[in-house]
Design a protein around this ligand. Structure first.
Ligand code: ME8
Length: 659
């Protein structure tokens, strides 16, 4: 793995690539911006002063050609599309500090300044030449790169450029770039991307950095030579300094430059890791600290492309998830953020699939995180006057839960410094898993009847684990964590919390008034299973019961013996979010805990079931009901709309067989 370097201990400047505005934003653009946002938010959590920059790349042939094809004036076209990228910031809840458009005057001033500096260093000359240019890449391409005469990445023929241009003496900087790469072996991460760049240094040639205006007028004019506009990459890369005052506000520039991290995709690495440092060195400026190179997103296994029609709009995905689950749209945006970073190891390519997203939503966000809140806050409401109970002396698994929480909170920085977002999330899930197991085992719903103080301690400890997990998750799930925080009832806002607050066990004060609310992650209901009748497990096959009237055809004793019917003890019972009739019951059937979904409401309230000895048909084929797998059926008598649970005499033990 690699280490991320941050030289200034308390200041963090992160940038993303600035997107071309020739089309609408897609999930690949969103992926990059989300990673940057998580890094920015984590650094704020660590107490850094953060500057997070993103923006749009609006000059160049690609934007000009697409505007012409759309029959629009290029400025009007880029204004229209840049607005969509600006909207993406709000949509994805990106905590940016600045958004730069390369058509802004402040940017032009920065570009002019760096041009003059490079010129003063003697690094430009004019040359007549002929070459192939790929508009998709906004870069020259050689014949050997072509497949059937086309650029394979863009499936388009290059244009032939034959003109006099300004050239930048990139070859002059080979040795200085080599030194930079030798001194900083983590200048580019992951290491494979560093290696690729290192291998290119010795072959670097001078590059064309202007276009004659009669060929392309859409760009920033070359200072003192209005017959040329500046090459779009020379222009675009400069956004990283023009946005922080280069050429205009020296104090601001000093404050933020060099950037800590340039976050970019693998296709534009050489511009950032070779051309840009050479430009900066030529201009007498420091190179950035580090270039972070992420992989590419495919959609349902395929490259994102307009022709395939799989250009996924992240907003549309979140809207679909919101419709399926009933969760708030902003919470679904959180789920997309979570899914992408949980699934794809940094630096690798990864796939976006709707079914994968739905699975993560149900399994991780609803079952593990959201449910912890549903299992605690309503109990405080019922038994503790909505207040966090005082914690008694540590007993049972209390200390183990505390230790896991402190360990997890202390390990997050290490994961982030390796850009191991997946690992960081898995670590937070270790805490959530421990907390869920803890509440299962300590069963406060039972203890409350015999030892109220102990039940209070268990609930309080579980909520403390939720508090810590919520701070840690806030960079990934900014909206959902804020809602959880609201339910916890903690006075100080989540935004003011730092990692130190997460590392400290016991931050949730006794007496804090919780504020019960609707489930934040209602499960997605799968379309299997018919709504069950009262008293019958939703997993029941089509009813053969006649409700006590009529007859049922006879079965043999052997057929009856196929049924595995056992005594079980109800450990927990919670209403299935988003439904009025279903209860999810966890039943211990003798050393094994089963989840059943039953439709006993309104005959029984969930809490009435907890601790009851009931009868379970244990070998019924499992079925998915409203997103939950029901692994059996709870038996009940049913007559005229009434329902009564079957139970057993003489305290028969859990697991006892019914014969
Ligand atoms: O390259 N998966 O703009 P751009 C992941 N304007 N990332 C992807 C992706 C995908 N499928 N498709 C694109 C440009 N990206 C220039 C940048 S910076 C000074 C100028 C990433 O709109 C891509 O790698 O083509 C890049 O980092 C960003 O989106 C913008 O791509």
């Amino acid at each position: 793995m690699f280490e991320v370097r941050i030289v200034d201990a308390k200041r963090y400047y992160i940038t993303t690539a600035i997107d071309y505005v020739n089309a609408s934003p897609h999930i690949g653009h969103a992926y990059e911006k989300i990673i940057a946002d998580v890094l920015a938010r984590v650094h704020r959590l660590r107490g850094f002063e953060v500057h997070f920059l993103t923006g749009t790349d609006e000059h160049g042939q690609k934007n000009a050609t697409t505007a012409a094809a759309a029959g629009k004036a290029v400025k009007a076209f880029v204004d229209e599309n840049a607005a969509k990228f600006r909207d993406l910031v709000g949509l994805l809840n990106l905590s940016i500090d600045d958004f730069i458009r390369t058509t802004e005057p402040r940017h032009a001033r920065g570009v002019e300044t760096i041009w003059r500096r490079v010129r003063a260093a003697g690094d430009f000359y004019k040359k007549n030449y002929q070459a192939l240019y790929c508009v998709g890449h906004e870069a020259f391409i050689t014949k050997s790169d072509l497949v059937n005469g086309k650029c394979p990445a863009h499936d388009a023929e290059p244009i032939v450029i034959e003109e006099e241009n300004y050239f930048f003496r990139l070859s002059k900087y080979r040795s200085q770039l080599r030194r930079l790469f030798e001194e900083r072996r983590d200048f580019v991460v992951p290491a494979s991307r560093y290696g690729e760049m290192l291998n290119l240094i010795d072959t670097l040639e001078d590059i064309s950095v202007s276009r004659p205006v009669e060929k392309l007028s859409w760009g920033i004019p070359v200072p003192d030579d209005p017959t040329h506009v500046i090459y779009v990459w020379f222009d675009a890369l400069t956004n990283y300094i023009s946005a922080v005052g280069f050429g205009q506000d020296e104090a601001q520039f000093e404050r933020w430059w060099p950037a800590s991290h340039h976050l970019i995709g693998k296709d534009i690495n050489r511009f950032h890791s070779l051309l840009w440092p050479a430009m900066l060195i030529s201009a007498g400026l420091a190179p950035p600290r580090q270039v972070l190179v992420h992989g590419f997103i495919t959609v349902e296994g395929q490259k994102i492309s307009k022709t395939l029609g799989n250009v996924i709009d992240p907003g549309a995905v979140a809207r679909e998830l919101a419709a399926e689950s009933g969760a708030a749209f902003e919470v679904c945006i959180d789920a997309v953020r979570y899914f992408l970073l949980r699934e794809i190891p940094f630096g690798e390519d990864g796939d976006f699939s709707r079914s994968g997203l739905a699975h993560r939503f149900n399994a991780d966000l609803a079952n593990d995180y959201g449910n912890l809140l549903n299992r605690t806050v309503p109990q405080l409401e019922r038994h503790f006057d909505r207040q966090v109970p005082a914690r008694g002396p540590e007993a049972g698994k209390d200390a183990a839960l505390r230790q896991t929480a402190v360990e997890v909170a202390s390990s997050i920085e290490r994961f982030i410094d390796r850009l191991d977002f997946k690992g960081a999330l898995e670590e937070i899930w270790r805490l959530l898993g421990t907390a869920n197991k803890y509440i299962d085992e300590e069963a406060p719903w039972q203890a409350v009847r015999t030892d109220r103080a102990r039940a209070g301690t268990v609930l309080s400890n579980t909520l403390e684990a939720v508090r810590i997990a919520t701070i840690l998750l806030s960079p990934w799930l900014p909206t959902a964590t804020a809602r959880v925080w609201e339910q916890l009832g903690i006075g100080a806002s989540l935004q003011t919390q730092r990692l130190d607050d997460a590392r400290r066990w016991g931050g949730l004060a006794a007496g804090t008034r919780v504020s019960p609310g609707a489930p934040i992650f209602p499960r997605i209901e799968t379309k299997v299973g018919v709504a069950p009748g009262p008293g019958r497990s939703a997993a029941a096959p089509a009813a053969t019961s006649t409700g006590g009237r009529g007859t049922v055809s006879t079965i043999s004793i052997d057929e009856f013996r196929k049924l595995d019917i056992r005594v079980g003890e109800v450990l927990s019972a919670t209403r299935v979010p988003g439904t009025e009739k279903l209860i999810e019951v966890k039943v211990d059937i003798g050393g094994e805990v089963r989840t059943l979904v039953t439709g006993l409401v309104p005959q029984y309230q969930p809490e009435e079931l907890i601790g009851k000895r009931i009868i379970v048909l244990a070998n019924l084929e499992p079925r998915r009901v409203r997103g939950v797998t029901s692994q059996g059926m709870l038996l009940a008598a049913e007559w005229e709309g009434e329902v009564a649970l079957l139970t057993v005499e003489k305290d028969a033990p859990k697991g006892a067989k019914i014969t």
